[in-house]
Design a protein around this ligand. Structure first.
Ligand SMILES: NC(=O)C1=CN([C@@H]2O[C@H](COP(=O)(O)OP(=O)(O)OC[C@H]3O[C@@H](n4cnc5c(N)ncnc54)[C@H](O)[C@@H]3O)[C@@H](O)[C@H]2O)[C@@H](O)CC1
Ligand SMILES: [K+]
Length: 479
């Protein structure tokens, strides 16, 4: 697991470390690493370091101090460094002095644009973890001249450090070098951060506020049959999805469950013939009442939100087994919360809303803080809530939260959610902790999406087809 900490916790840890560290040492540690990354980016993009031009955008806090010190280190490698000070009177004193001593140039805000246009690399030291809100107009105006690669110091300025929200002008970086620990922005705003590198400056932190699954966690969690296993012992998942008119959701959710584990998959609903035709290994019946025993249910995709859908949901919630309620099932729960009375309180429930379904469930949209929103929904429904979006957030009623950072946006395609619910259901049937099941499913789903896409649009069927490759890739890293 990768730990992620809020800026409040990080600042407290920094204060403890600062108290026992010689003045300025932490910043120099951070800045030295930053300079190494800057040189690496110069070499990558231009083929050389010496003689190249770097322009620093320097704000009034320590983030600007990091940039100034990094500039001084880059001078040692004969890089031409210019610094644009957004608030000259409040620029970091020792950093500015170091840059000047090293032969770096300070340029005025008015001359800034031409230096930015000539730069081989732009370093964003405008603001760091103490800032909130979008960039101010002077900084935003400078950004319009940037065409070179951008290296963000600690985080891309203008993006909220604790939520990753962007609600105005903000830096879009190619690489972000962060210090001490990952902050929420790094997991929740991948498009703004670019590649993220974490530099150890000696911070000591306890329990993280948010987590991200490593490939190794997913590999360790994913069920693998042993010599004594049979089709029943690995977990039987039931899929109640689709309709005669819309059988696609049933085919996708059942197919994902087939591909996820080697346990048995049952299907119950009006698309039984179509499902059987696509997946001969699925035992399909017309109704949940005669589906037979399962260890978990996936319910919702394409079942409709009318009386029949409600009764299907009520039935599966009353079976005493974990349930993944997706799509129409979340809408039914929002409109008729009494269906939850059928649920045995001790049986796990996973809700998988997108933003619109979340709004129905909670009465308001997720807002900027998607982690807090998912946590609130998890508490309200005493369920694991997987909030879909570019980054998927999974929260448990006990407060645990994880985020899945995708590679690209190829998953935003019709039917993609049906595939995800099938994966979650298969893992629930295998007996995984529901929070981990949802997180591992999201991880493999996004990996399958990027493998299927490989740089071009894909489809839900493509994602489904790439599940075995995704699982092989996850497992190969640990075997
Ligand atoms: N404290 C430490 O031990 C270390 C801190 N480091 C750096 O220090 C940074 C934090 O420094 P600071 O606490 O000084 O704060 P920042 O550098 O984040 O800057 C906050 C300053 O920016 C201004 N500001 C706030 N919102 C703004 C906005 N939207 N637009 C423009 N200006 C805005 C505020 O007036 C404030 O002076 C970290 O992100 C990191 O880069 C590193 O040097 C490593 C060590
Ligand atoms: K920054």
């Amino acid at each position: 697991m990768q730990g992620i900490w809020t800026t409040e916790r990080i600042r407290a840890a920094e204060d403890r470390l600062l108290a026992v560290t010689p003045d300025g040492e932490l910043m120099r540690r951070a800045a030295f690493a930053l300079a190494v990354h800057a040189a690496e980016m110069l070499a990558e993009h231009t083929g050389s370091v010496s003689g190249r031009r770097v322009t620093l955008l320097v704000g009034s806090g320590n983030n600007g101090g990091d940039a100034l010190w990094a500039g001084a280190f880059l001078r040692r490698r004969n890089v031409a460094v210019s610094a644009i000070l957004l608030k000259p009177e409040r620029a970091h004193g020792p950093g500015l002095a170091a840059l000047k001593r090293s032969g770096g140039k300070v340029v005025s805000l008015e001359d800034g644009p031409q230096w930015i246009r000539r730069a081989d690399l732009v370093v964003d030291g405008i603001v760091g973890i103490s800032a909130r809100g979008p960039l101010r107009p002077d900084a935003a105006a400078l950004l319009e001249h940037v065409s070179a690669p951008v290296l963000a110091v600690d985080l891309p300025s203008g993006v909220d450090p604790d939520t990753g929200a962007v609600d105005g002008p903000a830096v879009v970086a190619d690489r972000t070098v962060t210090f001490g620990a990952l902050k929420p922005v790094h997991a929740l705003a991948p498009a703004s951060c670019g590649e993220v590198s974490l530099v150890d400056i000696g911070l000591r932190l306890s329990e993280p506020d948010l987590q991200r699954l490593d490939t190794a966690d997913v590999a360790a969690a994913w069920p693998v049959p042993g010599p004594d296993d049979d089709k029943y012992s690995q977990g039987v998942v039931g899929v109640a999805a689709g309709s005669a008119t819309y059988p696609g959701a049933a085919v996708l959710a059942a197919g994902a469950a087939v591909r996820a584990t080697s346990g048995l998959v049952r299907y119950a609903g009006h698309a039984a013939d179509v499902v059987r035709g696509q997946w001969p290994e699925v035992i399909a019946t017309g109704s949940v009442t005669d589906a037979g025993r399962v260890q978990a249910w996936v319910v919702g995709p394409g079942i409709g939100t009318g009386h029949e859908g409600r009764e299907v949901l009520r039935f599966v919630l009353g079976r005493g087994v974990p349930v993944c309620a997706d799509a129409d099932a979340t809408t039914i729960i929002a409109r008729s919360p009494d269906v939850l009375d059928a649920r045995d309180p001790d049986t796990p429930l996973v809700l998988t809303p997108h933003a619109g379904e979340f709004e129905r469930l909670m009465g308001s949209p997720p807002g900027a803080d998607r982690v807090a929103a998912a946590r609130a929904a998890a508490r309200k429904y005493d369920a694991v809530v997987l909030l879909k979006g570019h980054c998927t957030v999974v929260a448990a009623p006990d407060g645990r939260a994880l985020v899945n950072t995708p590679r690209g946006s190829w998953l935003a395609t019709a039917g993609s959610g049906d595939v995800l619910s099938g994966l979650v259901g298969a893992l629930l049937a295998a007996g995984l902790d529901p929070w981990l099941a949802a997180g591992a499913a999201a991880h493999v789903h996004s990996l399958a999406g990027s493998l299927a896409a490989d740089g071009a649009p894909t489809s839900a069927s493509g994602i489904l087809g790439a599940i075995p490759d995704a699982l092989r890739s996850v497992r190969s890293l640990t075997s």
